[in-house]
Design a protein around this ligand. Structure first.
Ligand SMILES: [Zn+2]
Length: 373
C-alpha cells in the first residue's frame, strides 16, 4: 500500500484515502478524501444563493437520483433519511401542510369529492369496519372544536339551517326512532325530568300558559276539549282523580281563593232588586250588599225548597225557574251600609203596597225605618 501526502491537512495517508482523478499524473486527487469533502461543503455553503450553482446542484442531484432510483440500497437509504427528516422537522412540516391546505382549499375538497365518488363503496366498507376508530376521532375533534366559540356559533347556525330545511325528514326519523326504542325513550325522559324537575315544571307551566292563551278562542280546540271532557266523565276513576286534584288544589291555594273571593265581593255592587214572576207579574223586593251573589243564593234556597218566603217558594215550584227574572233596580257603592239599603227596601215595599202592585213580600221591617222617616 502506497502512501501520499495531503498538503491541506499536512498528513501522510494511504492512497486509498484519496479520490480518483484522471487529470493528475498519479491518477489521484491532490487532497485527501476528508479534505475534499470539507472543501465541497465550504463551497456549497458559500454558493447557496447562487442560482447557477443551485441549478447545477439540482441537476447533479437529479442525475444521481435517476441513476440510482432502482437501486434497493439507495431506496432504503432514502427512506431512512426521509424518516429522520420527518421526525426532526415535525413542526415545520405541519406549518407547511397547513399553509398548503389553506391556499388550496377548493382544489383539495374537489379532489376529495372526486375520490369519494369514485371509491364510495370502498370507503363505506372501510368506515363500517373501523366504526369505533372513526367515532373516537370525531369525538375528540368535536371536543377540541367545542373550545372554539367561533366554531360553536357556526355549528349552531348550520344545525338550525339543516333543521329548517329537513323538518319532515327529522320528524319521521324521530318518530321511527321513538317507535323502535319506546322503552328507552321513556326511561331517558323520566330520568331527564327527575333531574330537571324544577326547571321542567316551570317550563311546562310556561308552555301551557302561552299555549292556552294562544288557543283560547280556537273553536276546534274548544270542541275537542269538550269532547274529551264528555268522554272522561264516563270514567269513574277519572272523575275521582279530578275531584281529588281539585280538592288538593283548593287546599293548597286556600289563601289565594279567600283573597280572590274577598276581592270579587269588594267589586260587587250593592243595591235594590226585584225577582219577578214573568207569568203573573208578581214581584219580590229585596236588597243586598252583594247583588250578583244574592240571586244565586235565592235560587239555591228555592231549589232546595227552603226559601224563607213560602209564597215565592210555592210559585217557584209551580211555574218553574225559567218563569222568574232577577232585575236590578238601583245600584249603590259596595260599602253602602246594610241599614240604609234595608230602609230603601222598606220604602219601596210600602210604595208598591200603596200602588197595589202584587208582591210576595208580606213582612215590613218597621225597625228599618229610621227616625224622621
Ligand atoms: Zn487532507
Amino acid at each position: 500500500m502506497k502512501i501520499k501526502f495531503c498538503p491541506q491537512c499536512e498528513r501522510k495517508q494511504f492512497t486509498s484515502c484519496f479520490n480518483k482523478n484522471r487529470r493528475q499524473r498519479d491518477g489521484l486527487s491532490a487532497q485527501c478524501k476528508s479534505c475534499a469533502k470539507e472543501n465541497m461543503r465550504i463551497y456549497r455553503e458559500k454558493n447557496k444563493e447562487n442560482p447557477q450553482h443551485k441549478k447545477r446542484h439540482l441537476e447533479s442531484v437529479k442525475r444521481y437520483y435517476e441513476k440510482n432510483k432502482n437501486n434497493p440500497e439507495f431506496k432504503e437509504k432514502q427512506r431512512k433519511r426521509a424518516k429522520i427528516y420527518r421526525e426532526t422537522h415535525k413542526d415545520e412540516i405541519k406549518i407547511r401542510k397547513k399553509r398548503y391546505r389553506q391556499k388550496n382549499k377548493e382544489k383539495i375538497s374537489a379532489s376529495a369529492k372526486k375520490y369519494y365518488e369514485k371509491n364510495r363503496e370502498k370507503i363505506k366498507k372501510y368506515r363500517d369496519k373501523n366504526k369505533d376508530k372513526f367515532r373516537a376521532i370525531a369525538c375528540s375533534k368535536r371536543k377540541e372544536n367545542k373550545k372554539n366559540p367561533e366554531w360553536v356559533a357556526k355549528q349552531k347556525e348550520r344545525t338550525k339551517k339543516y333543521r329548517e330545511k329537513n323538518k319532515e325528514k327529522i320528524k319521521t326519523r324521530r318518530r321511527r326512532y321513538f317507535e323502535e326504542n319506546r322503552q328507552k325513550c321513556y326511561e331517558s325522559l323520566y330520568r331527564w325530568r327527575e333531574k330537571n324537575k324544577e326547571h321542567w315544571k316551570d317550563k311546562m307551566r310556561e308552555y301551557a300558559r302561552t299555549h292556552r292563551e294562544k288557543n283560547k278562542d280556537n273553536p276546534e280546540r274548544i270542541k275537542k276539549r269538550k269532547e274529551r271532557y264528555e268522554k272522561n266523565k264516563q270514567k269513574p276513576e277519572w272523575v275521582e282523580r279530578r275531584q281529588l286534584a281539585i280538592k288538593r288544589w283548593r287546599l293548597k291555594n286556600k289563601k289565594k281563593i279567600a283573597e280572590y273571593k274577598r276581592r270579587s265581593r269588594e267589586r260587587m255592587p250593592a243595591g235594590l232588586y226585584i225577582i219577578e214572576n214573568t207569568m203573573t207579574s208578581k214581584i219580590y223586593v229585596g236588597c243586598s250588599t252583594q247583588l250578583p251573589r244574592r240571586w244565586s243564593q235565592h235560587k239555591r234556597e228555592l231549589n232546595k225548597g227552603d226559601h224563607i218566603n213560602s209564597y215565592l217558594q210555592r210559585d217557584y215550584e209551580e211555574y218553574g225557574s225559567s218563569a222568574f227574572k232577577f232585575v236590578v233596580l238601583r245600584e249603590y257603592p259596595n260599602d253602602t251600609p246594610l241599614a240604609l239599603l234595608e230602609r230603601e227596601e222598606t220604602k219601596m215595599i210600602l210604595e208598591n203596597k200603596k200602588k197595589k202592585i202584587p208582591m210576595y213580600n208580606v213582612v215590613v221591617k218597621i225597625s228599618s225605618l229610621g227616625p224622621g222617616e
